[in-house]
Design a protein. Structure first.
Length: 237
């Protein structure tokens, strides 16, 4: 008798467990339905408020049918322009992606060249040139700079004459001669030795060159008007 009742009790226990599960699912569905109803109610309130605000805004705007048609046409035209703009942006994006390796290589090359210039001392020379220019500007007035600017053509002409081959040869001879004189100069010569040296062909030739040079300088100075010094100008005033 006991063995007969055991399967029936197990069956009843299993049915009770299933009923409990079904009841729990029903409660869960009921809670979901209540939440959905609350959400729908909230959305309905929000939608009513939004519709009311939209209606109030539209009522405040005097939109005529012709304006709506014109607005629609404008939107269609702008849609074409927007499509074109998006296509151009896509093309620009593709171009940027393609140009990135080239720009990266150019940047690396520029950095390499700048490092080479830094190693060779170009930047230090430029900084020194800036300091020299600052010193020149601070040491000279605006009037001095104007005079320098006015004398630039004469300086260029002087440099042009100075770089002529015969002038360079003459300067080289003068420098070489001074060097030899300083190396072999004998200051203990007698007056007779000095007169005998002046009578030598080389001394006579040098004296003739010096005299011709002085004649040319004197002729040049006689044709150039003497510059009026500031002191003389002040005395005249």
């Amino acid at each position: 008798m006991t063995m007969t009742n055991t399967p029936v009790e197990d069956r009843i226990t299993e049915l009770n467990a299933k009923l409990d599960y079904i009841v729990e699912e029903i409660h869960h569905l009921r809670r979901l339905r209540n939440s959905a109803e609350d959400l729908v109610a909230d959305l309905s309130l929000v939608g009513k408020d939004a519709m009311g605000e939209a209606a109030a805004a539209l009522s405040a705007v005097d939109l005529r049918p012709q304006d709506a048609i014109q607005l629609l046409k404008t939107v269609l035209v702008d849609a074409r322009l927007l499509t074109t703009a998006l296509q151009q942006l896509e093309s620009a994006s593709d171009f940027v992606q393609d140009a990135q390796p080239i720009v990266r290589d150019l940047y690396q090359q520029a950095v390499t060249h700048l490092q080479q210039l830094e190693e060779k001392g170009y930047f230090n020379t430029a900084r020194s040139g800036v300091r020299i220019a600052d010193a020149l500007i601070q040491a000279h007035s605006a009037e001095d700079l104007k005079q320098v600017e006015a004398s630039i053509p004469q300086l260029i002409g002087f440099l042009r004459e100075l770089t002529r081959p015969e002038v360079l040869e003459a300067l080289e001879s003068i420098i070489h001669g001074f060097g030899r004189v300083q190396a072999t100069m004998n200051v203990n010569k007698s007056i007779f030795q000095i007169v005998r040296d002046l009578n030598s062909p080389n001394a006579r030739r040098g004296t003739a060159i010096l005299v011709e040079f002085l004649k040319i300088v004197g002729e040049r100075s006689s044709t150039v008007a003497p510059a009026t010094s500031p002191a003389a100008t002040a005395q005249e005033k």
